[in-house]
Design a binder for this molecule. Structure first.
Ligand code: DLL
Length: 433
């Protein structure tokens, strides 16, 4: 089933016409309603009359994550706050987090693109879905929720965590669809094995997995553990949350909802369009939003993009799985972590040195571990184990309060962390994703 055949199966010319019309409208809407873009367009010397078709998008300036941080919390809204129906917050690098705001129409759009994504993955009205993405400020839980409502699924809003309870619900309610991060599905498998559950004989047929990078090898592991089709869903809060792109059952790339989110791939060094089919940074422009539409948002995610037709019948362009990032952001248990956030905490604690290393590893069960090695100043080093442990706990607590993810801190002696003459290697990622 294709949720919106009209928009998901447009021929190339018709898609371009829809995109052109919508971009023209968005640019003039922002010019009228967004003080941020009024200024940005003026500085860049571009005005709505310069934008006549989707090809003119390259004349527009980029928007970056710092723009959201600098205007925190509501400076990028294009509607008065009282017309914003929902806000979500995601972690930033240092200092301010980033806030996104949705108008009523944006929530409807979000429901639509998630309904399309779920159908793309094989869901049909009447199916039961277990949503084990976090509900709350993270966009995963509520995004999947809205789309499931629109499609007519029966929702079990589990949120993440309470794994044994999730598994009991799975056995008793027999949902057909699971939605969570890929790593959490593996953690659930390990817990299920410990509980003596035969994971091959459960009711899930389809898994809608995303919010963090995962490889084909991990797909195989999940599919063989759970005996389901593991499909990839991509998105980011700044654009809408989950629902920007999703795999169909052919697993040949993620279908981008290109009539509402216009994708470009650029060379992040030159900022020029990448050669067709070459990998580069994904840049997205929502062309129907009203609450907080962004122009040419630099996702920092590296992908390839193809316009080849897919066997499922959809004509939408497809991105590859996310191949990497252009910055140093890592994703731990679905939470975005920037090394600079940890650095800032350390710089504020007397006795620590700005020499640190972050080690990320994946437990056998699928959960990520985050360990931070911190160098102590000579004068703070103590022979008393208790004192050092106390210090470690204090640092861990402060980092946790910034990152909202559990962390283990290990103090190391001065000058033990490898020094670098170039870019310091702050992150050692041991996960085989
Ligand atoms: O992670 C939205 C989401 C929720 C997507 C649930 C899918 C499912 P943010 O917290 O703003 O939003 O993080 C966005 O996460 O720029 C990517 O780097 C990464 N990411 C999201 N989906 C995938 C994926 C949500 N399928 C950032 N594969 C993005 C790889 C992903 N990375």
């Amino acid at each position: 089933m294709i949720f919106n055949e009209k928009m998901e199966c447009l021929d190339a010319q018709a898609l371009k016409t829809v995109q052109s019309e919508r971009l023209v409208n968005t640019v003039s809407y922002l010019h009228k309603n967004s003080p941020f873009y009024q200024k940005r367009f003026a500085e860049f010397g571009v005005s709505p009359k310069d934008i006549k078709s989707i090809d003119d998008i390259v004349k527009l300036p980029f928007t970056i994550k710092d723009d959201l941080r600098d205007t925190y919390p509501f400076g990028l809204l294009s509607k008065p706050l009282r017309e914003i129906r929902e806000v979500h917050v995601s972690s930033g690098t240092t200092g301010n987090p980033t806030t996104v705001g949705y108008s009523k129409e944006d929530i409807d759009l979000w429901s639509e693109v998630i309904a399309r994504s779920l159908c793309c993955g094989g869901a049909v009205p009447g199916d039961m879905i277990q949503i084990a993405y976090g509900y709350g400020l993270f966009t995963g839980g509520l995004g999947l929720h809205y789309g499931s409502l629109l499609l007519g699924l029966t929702i079990i809003p589990c949120s993440s965590g309470q794994t044994k309870r999730q598994l009991k619900i799975l056995q008793d309610f027999k949902p057909r669809i699971l939605a969570c991060t890929p790593s959490y599905s593996l953690y659930m498998a390990e817990t299920a094995h410990e509980m003596g559950i035969d994971t091959k004989k459960i009711s899930w047929d389809i898994g809608i997995f995303g919010a963090e990078p995962w490889s084909e090898a991990m797909r195989k592991e999940i599919e063989s553990n759970w005996n389901l089709q593991a499909l990839d869903i991509y998105g980011l809060s700044e654009i809408i949350g989950p629902g920007v792109a999703n795999e169909c059952q052919h697993k040949t790339g993620l279908h981008v909802q290109a009539d509402v989110f216009y994708p470009e791939v650029i060379d992040p060094k030159t900022n020029k369009p990448a050669a067709p089919g070459a990998s580069g940074e994904l840049v997205l422009t929502p062309i129907t939003k009203t609450g907080m539409p962004l122009i040419r948002y630099r996702t920092r995610d590296i992908v390839t993009l193809t316009y080849d037709k897919c066997r499922c019948g959809r004509t939408t362009p497809r991105i590859s799985k996310i191949l990497g990032r252009t910055d140093d952001m890592i994703i731990v248990r679905g939470i975005n972590v920037f090394p600079s956030q940890i650095e800032e905490v350390l710089l504020n604690i007397e006795g620590t040195q700005p020499h640190y290393q972050i080690i990320v590893d994946r437990q056998k069960g699928g959960l990520d571990d985050l360990e931070v090695l911190v160098e102590l100043q000579e004068s703070f080093f103590s022979d008393e184990v208790k004192q050092l442990q106390h210090f470690e706990q204090r640092i861990a607590k402060e980092i946790e309060s910034v990152l909202s993810v559990g962390v283990k801190v290990r103090l190391v002696e001065p000058k033990t962390i490898e020094r670098s003459e170039g870019k310091a290697k702050r992150v050692i990622d041991k996960r085989t994703l």
